[in-house]
Design a protein around this ligand. Structure first.
Ligand SMILES: NC(=O)c1ccc[n+]([C@@H]2O[C@H](COP(=O)([O-])OP(=O)(O)OC[C@H]3O[C@@H](n4cnc5c(N)ncnc54)[C@H](O)[C@@H]3O)[C@@H](O)[C@H]2O)c1
Length: 247
């Protein structure tokens, strides 16, 4: 669909449902990829499956909440691949804590991973990214519509990364483009609890009457990184089955 041959992607949250689909799709399109996630061993196994020769896909153990891990991921990317074109920070958590019981530590944990983590990786990547590179921040429907009950910290973090994407789009132009993807409900482990509680009503209110597939986010990410989106920056795209217009 798009030729991303030899371009280099740094992907966080690469072991998750959407992260895996992004890695697979960018691999199909010819990119070289650094996969970063908490579970380094599981990720190394995924990298070997995707790229048995280990030439185009490597994996690093990485905690989004730790600035030194962000620096190390960027350095590894440059030392192994010699360049960095695309950054997709997809690592996030979606914990369930009713607001009136939410502790400061629970709030901070979500913000540390979902917001600080995006800052850490972008801050270290941007100075060394190749010209005409692209950042695709994974926000959420929650950034636009408000998060479901029990997820105020998640909603706040996603609203913040959407604001960050728009601010960076202005500040880094014209050298780099920065866009966001705000998925609706995508079939990954992250939303198991949500689906048990609200799945039926959510699907009823979604015109396409199904969950999205991780690959349907990956194709949007590839478009945003490709020359097909060369005149797009500061935008949010919404793979959500039409949920904003209602069922
Ligand atoms: N699934 C959905 O319906 C949905 C909807 C909107 C937005 N999103 C966003 O899409 C992105 C991917 O979510 P997903 O559905 O694939 O979820 P997922 O739970 O399958 O994957 C999330 C990944 O992030 C990793 N992660 C968690 N904490 C981390 C940390 N401290 N450091 C490094 N990695 C860490 C996990 O190990 C996991 O591999 C997230 O940013 C999520 O907020 C998902």
């Amino acid at each position: 669909m798009y030729d991303l041959k030899d371009r280099v992607l740094l992907l966080t949250g690469a072991g998750g449902g959407i992260g895996k689909a992004i890695a697979e799709h960018f691999h199909e399109l010819g990119a070289r990829i650094l996969l970063a996630d908490l579970d380094g061993e599981r990720l190394a196994a995924s990298a070997r499956t995707l790229d048995p020769g280990g030439e185009r896909v490597i994996a690093v153990k990485y905690d989004a909440a730790v600035p030194e891990d962000a620096a190390a991921a960027v350095e590894t990317c440059l030392s192994r691949f010699g360049r960095l074109d695309f950054v997709i920070p997809a690592a996030a958590i979606y914990e369930d804590h009713p607001f009136t019981e939410m502790t400061d530590a629970q709030w901070r944990k979500t913000l540390a991973i979902n917001l600080d983590g995006v800052f850490y990786i972008c801050r270290r990547a941007v100075p060394v990214m190749a010209d005409k590179g692209s950042i695709v921040i994974i926000a959420s429907d929650a950034a636009h519509e408000g998060a479901s009950p029990g997820h105020a910290h998640y909603g706040a973090s996603k609203g913040a990364v959407l604001g960050l994407a728009k601010a960076l789009a202005k500040e880094l132009a014209p050298r780099l483009r920065v866009n966001a993807i705000s998925p609706g409900c995508i079939d990954t482990p992250m939303i198991d609890g949500f689906m048990r509680r609200w799945g039926e009503s959510m699907l009823a209110a979604t015109p396409l009457k199904r969950l999205g597939l991780p690959r349907e986010v990956a194709t949007v990410a590839a478009f945003l990184c490709s020359d097909g989106a060369a005149f797009m920056t500061g935008q949010a795209l919404h793979p959500n089955g039409g949920s904003h217009i209602g069922g």
